[in-house]
Design a protein around this ligand. Structure first.
Ligand code: HSE
Length: 438
């Protein structure tokens, strides 16, 4: 059979990894695909010293690749929004299939890209966009297709998990561990995307669409980063039987879909609590299958290349299939219309439990005033710990609450912070049991 001819755009960390996996495993890949998959052209501004491109056409003009009539599938590994969008749209206009690892592109421009691709009858595959090498998109879209998905929760940013793990285990400073994650090629070009949860929100947006059949709605995702987590919180959580993880959570209810990324206390015995370093894991609850877990490397050159190459194999196998018989981009057939879809719930409507830490003056009646404010908001306290005074007369108070609606907690925190007895801001971290029965 004729080879599938690839135009590889971007030869950085993931591009270089893809080049090397495709060439190293070429024979085995050809046997799996039933035809060779060959790199016809590379479009990159710079060489990658780890890649031997001798004998392969290269250009610094990536749009030349998108228009090259000898290319069947364009692999977009340049990252970013605008140029990547134009590149992918140009490739689609020219009738090329597309494979991308670009979560920002899919989360923000995916609805438009899939519409254009559908009209042209071409495949757009994006397994590598979520959780690096873990085939979670294929699992959700195909392996779990018989289920009504109830919720999923995941550690979906390798850099953030790497930072939290090394801060906790080695007591190292945030910036020091971040620099290491950057050197290892895990972090985004702008690492605030990792630590502020934007990268995770991109991935969660994609997972939610595939799980629930709703349009991509990144602009409705709630995002909170890990930069304000202190070692003190990590220790307190540990004493209470919890681990702090930066989670993306999406859950379906009758009124809408939750879509939120934030630091979360989870019970230490959950498998997710034991996912360390750059590893990612996603727990998915389906009504038929029950709880499932997908685990592996969430970033890095060859783990991400593993997913890119798997997508290329899918393209090779489906290139001759009538477009109407291919697996839909976002798992559900038909147009994803925001007006008719379940809405994304505002954060104020989320119901969860909370960990609170506040500094209060050590005098009679303070705990009672704190408890009164919570009780007036209908918030029930599960545990309360008053520590020894560490800062003059101020004592840290740790509270664990039962589940309540976020808007009631917001009001309680506003009132707590206005108490003369309470110093500074109240730290609030959401708590999820991730109960397999929920
Ligand atoms: N910066 C991302 C991460 C890369 O750390 O998870 C993989 O998407």
């Amino acid at each position: 059979m004729n080879p599938v001819r690839v135009g590889l755009c971007g030869l950085g960390t993931v591009g270089g990894g893809t080049f090397n996996v495709l060439t190293r495993n070429a024979d085995e890949i050809a046997r799996r695909a039933g035809r060779p998959i060959v790199i016809e052209q590379v479009g990159a501004r710079r060489d990658n010293p780890d890649c031997d491109t001798a004998g392969i056409k290269t250009t610094s003009d990536i749009f030349e690749v998108a228009r090259n009539p000898n290319i069947d599938v364009l692999v977009e590994l340049i990252g970013g929004y605008d140029v990547a969008r134009e590149l992918v749209m140009t490739a689609i206009e020219n009738g090329k299939h597309v494979v991308t690892a670009n979560k920002a592109l899919i989360a923000v421009h995916g609805n438009e890209i899939f519409r254009a691709a559908h009209e042209k009858g071409v495949i757009v595959a994006f397994e590598a966009a979520v959780a690096g090498g873990i085939p979670v998109i294929k699992s959700l879209r195909e392996g779990l297709a018989g289920n009504r998905i109830q919720w999923l929760a995941g550690i979906i940013n390798g850099t953030g998990n790497y930072i939290l793990t090394h801060m906790r285990d080695e007591g190292r400073a945030f910036d020091d561990v971040l620099a290491e994650a950057q050197a290892l090629g895990y972090a985004e070009a702008d690492p605030t995307f990792d630590v502020e949860g934007i990268d995770a929100a991109h991935k969660l947006t994609i997972l939610a669409s595939i799980a629930f059949g709703v349009p991509l709605q990144f602009d409705h995702a709630y995002t909170e980063g890990i930069a304000r987590i202190t070692f003190d919180d990590v220790e307190q959580a540990d004493n209470l039987g919890y681990t702090i993880k930066h989670l993306g959570i999406t859950r379906r209810s009758e009124s809408g879909v939750e879509l939120r990324v934030h630091p979360t206390l989870i019970p230490k015995e959950r498998l997710l609590a034991n996912v360390h370093g750059v590893k990612n894991a996603i727990a998915v609850m389906g009504d038929a299958v029950g709880p499932t877990l997908y685990y592996g490397a969430g970033a890095g050159a060859e783990p991400t290349a593993s997913a890119v190459v798997a997508d290329l194999l899918d393209v090779a196998r489906n290139i001759a299939t009538d477009h109407d018989y291919r697996v839909p981009y976002l798992a559900f057939s038909g147009i994803h219309d925001e007006a008719n879809a379940l809405p994304i719930l505002p954060m104020e409507e989320i119901v969860t439990a909370y960990y609170l830490r506040l500094l209060a003056v050590d005098r009679p009646g303070v705990l009672a005033r704190v408890a009164t404010i919570l009780s007036e908001q209908g918030i029930s306290i599960e545990a309360i710990i008053q520590k020894e005074a560490t800062e003059g007369e101020l004592v840290p108070i740790i509270l664990m609450t039962h589940r309540t609606r976020e808007k009631h907690m917001n009001e309680a925190i506003r009132q707590l912070e206005s108490l003369a007895d309470v110093a500074g801001a109240v730290t609030r971290i959401r708590v999820e049991s991730l109960d397999e029965q929920e």
